[in-house]
Design a protein around this ligand. Structure first.
Ligand SMILES: [Zn+2]
Length: 90
């Protein structure tokens, strides 16, 4: 009989939670009403703002997907170091 090596699965997740409270602003769905002129309501369906240019330039404020200004997109503040838990927003 050999020496019994009981390898305990080391589950020592010694992650020190040094949370930096970094808030990042993200821009979600485009909420621009394209039918406002005719008294209706129609959005272009853009789901997330994508800058069409580099940060700091004027193009960075325009959405590459729907060409609307960033201010039409829903502004959302999120924590930068979030884990992969689904955040439910009402
Ligand atoms: Zn748009």
């Amino acid at each position: 009989m050999g020496p019994q090596q009981d390898r305990k699965s080391s589950m020592a997740n010694g992650t020190v939670s040094s949370r930096k409270e970094t808030k990042v602003v993200q821009y979600r769905e485009c909420q621009r009403n394209h039918a406002a002129a005719i008294g209706g309501y129609a959005v272009d369906g853009c789901r997330e703002f994508m800058a069409s240019g580099a940060e700091g330039t004027a193009a960075a404020l325009m959405c590459a997907a729907c060409a609307c200004h960033r201010s039409f997109h829903r502004r959302e503040q999120v924590e930068a170091d979030y884990d992969c838990s689904s955040t439910t927003s009402s």
